[in-house]
Design a protein around this ligand. Sequence first.
Ligand code: ZN
Length: 279
Amino acid sequence: MLAFASPARAPGALEVVASFSIIGDFVKNVGGDRVNVTTLVGPNGDVHVYAPAPADAKKIADAKLLVINGLGLEGWLPRLLQSSGGKAPITVATNGIAPLRLGSDADPHAWQSVANAKIYVANISDALVAADPRDAEAFRANAGRYAAELDALEREVRAAVAQIPPAHRKVISTHDAFGYFASAYGIEFVAPTGVSTEAEPSARDVAKIISQIKSAKIPAVFLENFGDPRLVSRIAAETGSKVGGTLFSDALTDEKGPCPTYIEMVRHNIKTLTSALGN
Ligand code: ZN
């Protein structure tokens, strides 16, 4: 018999919909070939501002399980659920995680701590077992194996941070997605004060940031969404800080990018940070 390398679903596999790429990766690791995972917000997508397509309602209607982040991340979901008429149970993967605050709201980016990722995985494992008890043993074995990989990743992150001199463990960043990472691993993400990232920064904004970096002795700048990259280079040149490169927060990349899985994303970020802060 010929075997075709087609994306055909495994017969009898459980249909699971994940809200975005990072959760999709967790579900794949736990479900293995016993699940068929569909991700609504795919690689490089922005899960905060997603506009669901009509096809998404069909995906949800066909699903046996829907896995979401919760903590207010998927604000577009309630309407989509309503229009789908789907009856699948919904698992909130952050259940049991004590949320940090982001302004006046819960900070949804809980996956940026690897210890939290293990809670996501445990919740997903329980949900898959409940949705398809016949494959309970496989789901639990996969979850155990993946949790061990996450434990190794956690040790890797801590060892890498330990190599950074304590006084260097801070960056200036317009990302607001690293609160859990900062609190778990002790790298401070300092926001540029009094500067709007909505508009092009003015000369005065740039001067403010330069004096903030100098007075707080911040060794690296991650101002990726800061408009003109030449401005960032100028800030780096005038302060002696390093331009830090790209951190990934809310989406995996496709296979060609540097972060097609959660584990690769965390590794990429920690490498980027340590090479900017290392000495
Ligand atoms: Zn975000």
